[in-house]
Design a protein around this ligand. Structure first.
Ligand code: SF4
Length: 501
């Protein structure tokens, strides 16, 4: 019995930016008796079903956007006699769908780290169960990734997870429901060991692939103190302390390492935390800004964010500590008007955001936005598929789904969003923003990465024109190779794990 792990994708770029961590974690969770899993990441190349043999097990991880391609792989695998197992956020939300469309033998809900070995043993015995619940395991039980299985010369950045779960409850996000609101932190030693392993292989840039790198805010601590809730205060203080210890450990790693993470804006009001990030060489952070107005923030239950000039100040606080911000903005909120698009792009430029992504408010399964949209009865169908199951429509015919807007049509929102991407990533503005790095090589890298980012995410994500998508995929393939060389460093095969103090 061989184990295969597949990350489905409709588009393949030959080179990818971030290592898809789940593949290598499940490889780490595969008991040695089954040998090394065969890993296939379709963001690089198409999966080859001929590699499957009767009795093999194939694990397919899906989120909403790649679910349909995942189901196609499941059917192909079943025809070849393999045991088909689905996991990931989408399969956890719709296990029956993976059975119906993906011909699954089994679906794993929740964390796969611990339950995966049971699934494999059951398949081997010929008794796979229709559903396994992996639950939400403690941070100490997270399995480390098998980076020794990475293909050479394909990825630009390594990825390491330090915490799962997020205490917030943004209406457009499913993380707090699927990964829980209780932050589950991994041990510092395990995190450091994985980073050292990646640096040995030549990775200098590491994404800290966390839901929210800043799970305890100063305001959380103040509230617990005001309530005289000493138990809660101790718990929050311990969580924060562990974050600071992790960053102190990162600061002791080789100096050429650079980290990137996802964080809430509140960290900008915590000078000690920003300073620790700076010392740990966390040089970039994706910050969910979402909207530049307070009404927009209210609409997505994100009132802890700042708006207007206060927002500019917060974003500049990151920049002053040498942390480049990738600002994430959402268009199509009920409070947006046609003016919002230009105002957002201008604010992003004024606040010194290094990179930006502009996404449209889309009801994603597992979110409260989706539940409301489905409840309020979004009508319509495409090829017999109701719009509330839009991910089951083939990509070429799949409509772009937006939350209904009181003033603008879906097409107007899409076009204005596309224009905002085009305006923000104009060559002249990218070159202006590239002054945030000093060397010419650094500025060139900044320019290439900006262009690559826009090709990979804007043109392939929101364009409806298939010629534009195909052109962008070709561009991204072409740009990705030189970009990768800019990010990699000479391997350090003898790098030691630093002592814990
Ligand atoms: S958007 Fe970010 S802050 Fe909001 S719930 Fe999701 S992970 Fe947490």
């Amino acid at each position: 019995m061989h184990v295969h792990l597949v990350n489905p994708s409709d588009l393949s770029f030959g080179t990818a930016v971030i290592t898809p961590r789940w593949l290598y974690v499940l490889a780490g969770a595969t008991p040695a008796r089954w040998g090394d899993p065969v890993i296939s990441d379709e963001t690089l190349e198409r999966f080859e079903p001929a590699t499957l043999h009767p009795g093999d097990v194939i694990g397919i991880g899906i989120h909403t956007a790649n679910a349909l391609r995942g189901y196609e792989i499941g059917r192909l695998a079943r025809e070849r006699g393999a045991f088909v197992v689905f996991g990931g956020i989408h399969a956890s939300l719709y296990p029956e769908e993976a059975h119906q469309y993906g011909r699954a033998h089994s679906v794993v809900k929740g964390d796969g780290d611990l339950v995966w070995s049971t699934v494999l043993a059951d398949c081997h015995a010929g008794t796979p169960q229709p559903l396994y619940d992996g639950g939400k395991i403690d941070g100490g039980a997270f399995v480390s990734a098998r980076w020794d299985l990475l293909p050479a010369d394909r990825y630009m950045w390594g990825s390491v997870q330090t915490v799962r779960g997020c205490p917030k409850h943004c209406s457009f996000c499913s993380v707090w429901r699927t990964d829980g609101q209780q932050p589950r932190q991994r041990g510092v030693a395990e995190v450091v060991r994985e980073i050292v392993e990646l640096r040995r292989l030549g990775f200098r840039f590491i994404a800290l692939a966390d839901d929210n790198f800043y799970p305890v805010t100063l305001e959380d601590l103040r509230q617990a103190a005001r309530r005289r809730d000493s138990g809660r205060l101790d718990e929050l203080t311990a969580t924060r302390q562990q974050r600071l210890e992790l960053m102190a450990a990162l600061a002791r790693l080789p100096e050429d390492l650079v980290f990137f993470t996802q964080i809430t804006m509140e960290a900008a009001e915590d000078p000690a935390f920003l300073e620790a990030m700076h010392r740990a060489r966390i040089r970039g952070a994706l910050v969910g800004i979402e909207s530049v107005t307070s009404d927009g923030l209210k609409a997505v239950h994100k009132t802890f964010n700042a708006a207007g000039d206060a927002l500019v100040d917060r974003l500049q606080a990151f920049r002053e500590r040498g942390i480049h911000v990738l600002g994430s903005f959402i268009f199509g909120l009920p409070t947006d008007t046609p003016d919002t698009f230009r105002a957002t792009a201008e604010l992003a430029q004024r606040a010194g955001v290094s990179f930006a992504q502009f996404v449209t408010l889309t009801p994603f399964p597992g979110t409260t936005d989706f539940a409301r949209w489905e409840r309020e009865g979004s009508s319509g169908e495409v090829d017999g598929v109701p719009l509330t199951r839009y991910w089951l429509v083939p990509p070429a015919r799949r409509p772009k789904i937006y939350a209904p807007h009181p003033q603008m049509s879906a097409e107007e929102i899409r076009q204005r969003t596309q224009h905002t991407w085009d305006a923000f990533y104009r060559l002249r503005l990218i070159w202006q923003r590239s002054t945030c790095v000093r060397s010419w090589r650094g500025r060139l890298a900044f320019l290439l990465i900006s262009k690559l980012y826009r090709q990979m995410y804007a043109n392939t994500g929101i364009a409806t024109d298939s010629a534009r998508v195909a052109r962008s995929t070709r561009w991204a393939r072409w740009l990705a190779r030189p970009c990768r060389r800019l990010f990699m460093a000479a391997p350090m095969p003898h790098l030691e794990v630093p002592s814990p103090t």
